[in-house]
Design a protein around this ligand. Structure first.
Ligand code: URA
Length: 312
């Protein structure tokens, strides 16, 4: 049965491996990762991706290209005037860039989009026989009671009723999965925020919703059946549950990474304080500089880890 690699092979210790749990994969001659336009029958996955140790995912293809360029510079791997090729170039679903041991992948907006990407990404890491992979979602969010521009490292993703769980209907039945993330990784990332001392960084719970407007208690969508007071009461309840930011992907990201034995973290910058408004009215330049903060933090973390592993 295809169920990942054990941490021990032939009695020898080997790295922690991405885990799949699907007996049907064994009977497939090749695996077509359709939304990446990659195929195990035509590409040698271990040769192409076997050295991947860090995977950074984020909503926008443009942002993940810019992260690839940024991390190439940070790791001294940048080639002057080089264009980083999009590994998924003949599909417009997702974009993927590889810079040494770092894979940068876009996931689109919302739970369905990131979930499809993660199924294929986890299989990619599995087919490539990667070990000891750390995966981080770099994102944007709405803050609650924080200065805009604060970076939130997620302690635990919660649903819109403030429960730390991800619910999915499979074969007509509700399946509830844990959204636990790696606490040590969150602390290491917080330390990186302290090392940099460039912007505020906190660890807190993140609420993951199914929608940007009514699902996040906005008053500026096409439809709204509640008052400003109802909105404020809801945000106050979220705050009391330890929630400091709201986005739309963290719960399924945490659930799937936990199922596949990946060390995972969610690092999102807050673009506004939702207690003070709903519209993203800051200038383009300000929003752009906020969006770079998760990249800077995680870039610092990756550099620190790679330098430490060179020394050991
Ligand atoms: N992303 C969200 O999901 N909500 C916000 O308010 C901002 C970014």
């Amino acid at each position: 049965m295809a169920s990942g690699f054990a941490d021990e092979k032939n009695g020898k210790k080997c790295g922690r491996s991405p885990f799949v749990n699907n007996p049907h994969l064994d009977s497939m001659k090749e695996d077509i990762l359709y939304h990446f336009n990659l195929n195990t029958g035509t590409l040698n996955f271990p040769a192409k991706f076997g050295d991947v140790k860090f995977v950074c995912v984020g909503g926008s293809p443009w942002r993940m290209k810019s992260f690839a360029e940024y991390i190439a510079g940070e790791l001294g791997l940048a080639v002057p005037n080089a264009e980083y090729p999009n590994i998924c170039e003949s599909t417009d679903r997702y974009a993927m860039y590889k810079v040494g041991p770092v894979l940068s992948v876009s996931h689109g907006m919302g739970i369905p989009s990131i979930s499809i990407m993660l199924h294929e990404l986890i299989k990619l890491l599995y087919h490539a026989r990667c070990t000891d992979v750390t995966i981080v979602r770099l994102g944007t969010s709405g803050g609650i009671g924080l200065h805009p521009g604060t970076v939130v490292i997620t302690k635990q993703p919660m649903d819109a009723t403030f429960l730390p769980r991800f619910e999915q209907v499979i074969l007509g039945k509700s399946v509830v999965r844990s959204t636990e993330l790696d606490g040590d990784l969150a602390e290491e990332l917080l330390q990186c925020g302290k090392d940099l001392a460039e912007f505020d960084t906190v660890i807190a719970n993140t609420m993951c919703t199914l929608d940007f407007y009514e699902g996040q208690a906005r008053l500026d969508g096409a439809f709204c059946s509640y008052t400003e007071e109802d909105k404020q009461n809801y945000l106050a309840k979220a705050y009391a549950a330890g929630v400091r930011n709201i986005e739309m992907e963290s719960s399924v990201f945490a659930a799937m990474c936990k199922l596949s034995n990946l060390r995972a973290a969610v690092v999102c910058v807050t673009l506004l304080d939702r207690q003070k408004g709903d519209q993203l009215s800051s200038s383009h330049d300000v929003l752009h500089s906020y969006q770079q903060r998760p990249q800077i933090l995680v870039g610092h973390y990756i550099k620190k880890k790679l330098n430490a592993s060179k020394k050991s």
